[in-house]
Design a protein around this ligand. Structure first.
Ligand code: UD1
Length: 419
């Protein structure tokens, strides 16, 4: 099984254009189903999660082509509305197809996505919202059968008790097919929601409010295919920045909005890095060991992103001083901690809290990716560590990073994939 081999301690220098955002492109690809005709999506990253999404679209009867980072989806004649278990297993977020299929075909069948490496991940909010829009949903032996009720779908007000990103997106997609106005109170405010709104607007949908807690969708309007460029991936950007923070050097990340990274940049600055930003770029300079910072509490946007928790923790583990992390979004998101400990990290866990005491420098070890961001965190740790780090289970990393090793090599890292 292949793994990355990293000789740590090489400073990183140079410029890197960040690829399109995984969490943005997945709902946008599902949204292509909403209308007949061919939509064109630019800046579509080459990730296994994206390939799985394209496979689902093909299976549903869409014609899909990729040329470089441009993907065309022709959704003129979808023939199926059912997603088999093997594809659902591959990618939990394919639950986003529920809303899109319901809006386009009035019916959707898929297997229950169940838990994943981050612990139990319920979809009760998705289902309750779709039911209130007029869907009849049967949950039987792990399968979900979803159909419009006899009166059809109808827009209405939906209050989310948690600002769930996936539920907000699913409601937005379903609501496009519901005559009347749907309002979402307590919506997720992540930048990826704004990207989805922009794509839906480009298709002719009347959607407003993304980026705030209240969204409004006027459904039932005729939509048309659209051409769209996906935003840069803020979590991939955070990963390269934390890598440079751990390894020292000066790295410029482009094709990214610094505003989407404020919570992460504030932490890196407090830890001793210098940060300069332009409209679409961030430059980070790190020249000395990082030091401990005030507690890092993950929270819905604009709070500190749970997806960057492991990555920042890896960088700070090899610095000096203590930092308390509190994971508030997922109940099992410290699986990287055991692996970081193999590299000499001093991390004490107590429920949702992790106390990191910087050890000055981590040392290389053979470690295993436990999940997507946990795997990226081990690469970050390896870049700053003394000696050789081997990171295995790269399938997790490939879900969300295009050319991670190649990009890091271009910045001066000594990293290669051993087949
Ligand atoms: C999305 C992102 C993921 C990120 C997460 C939080 C995608 C593809 N994935 O995941 O990378 O880590 O947002 O920023 O965009 N919840 C419920 N019931 C529900 C739905 C969610 O209780 O029906 C809970 C979850 O268990 C979790 C919290 O709400 O504790 C937030 O989850 P949510 O925002 O839905 O995350 P995802 O959309 O799955």
């Amino acid at each position: 099984m292949s793994y990355y081999e990293i000789q740590g301690g090489r400073p990183l220098y140079g410029t890197l254009a960040i690829h399109g955002a995984k969490n943005s492109v997945l709902p946008i690809l599902a949204a292509c189903l909403l209308t007949s005709g061919q939509s064109v999506i630019h800046n579509c990253p080459d990730l296994t999660d994206v390939s799985a999404t394209l496979d689902i679209l093909r299976l549903l009867g869409c014609r899909v082509e990729r040329k470089g980072d441009t993907v065309t989806v022709d959704a003129t004649a979808p023939e199926r509305w059912s997603i088999p278990e093997c594809l659902m297993r591959e990618m939990r977020s394919s639950v986003i197809f529920l809303g899109a299929l319901l809006a386009r075909l009035g019916t959707a069948e898929l297997s229950y996505p169940g838990g994943c490496e981050l612990g139990s991940r319920p979809i009760d909010l998705h289902l309750a919202a779709l039911r209130s829009l007029g869907a009849d949903i049967l949950e039987e032996q792990g399968a979900l059968c979803c159909r419009c009720c006899r009166e059809g779908l109808r827009g209405r007000e939906i209050c989310l008790s948690i600002p769930s990103v996936g539920a907000t997106e699913n409601i937005m997609l379903a609501a496009c097919g519901c005559p009347g106005v749907t309002t979402i109170i307590g919506a997720a405010q992540e930048p990826e929601i704004i990207d989805l709104q922009s794509f839906l607007q480009a298709m002719g949908a009347r959607v407003s409010g993304a980026g705030t807690a209240n969204l409004s969708i006027e459904g039932g309007l005729p939509l048309h295919p659209a051409e769209f460029r996906v935003m840069g991936d803020r979590i991939a950007a955070a990963t390269y920045l934390c890598g440079a923070a751990a390894a020292t050097g000066e790295v410029e990340i482009t094709s990214i909005s610094p505003d989407a990274l404020t919570a992460v940049l504030t932490c890196l600055e407090e830890a001793g890095c210098q940060i300069h930003t332009g409209p679409d770029r961030v430059v980070l300079t790190s020249s000395r060991p990082l030091h401990g910072i005030s507690p890092v509490r993950t929270a819905p946007y604009p709070g500190f992103p749970t997806d960057a928790q492991a990555i920042l923790m890896a960088a700070l583990s090899g610095g000096e001083g203590a930092t308390l992390f509190v994971e508030n979004i997922f109940d099992s998101r410290y699986r990287h901690v055991d692996e970081l400990r193999r590299m000499g990290a001093d991390i004490q866990l107590a429920g949702r809290a992790a106390m990191v005491s910087g050890v000055g420098r981590l040392h290389g070890a053979a470690v295993r990716s436990t999940d997507l961001r946990g795997g990226a965190a081990l690469v970050v740790a390896g870049l700053g560590a003394e000696g050789t780090t081997q990171v295995s289970e790269l399938r997790h990393i490939r879900r969300g990073y295009q050319d991670l090793d190649k990009n890091l090599r271009a910045l001066g890292a000594d990293i290669r994939e051993i087949p």
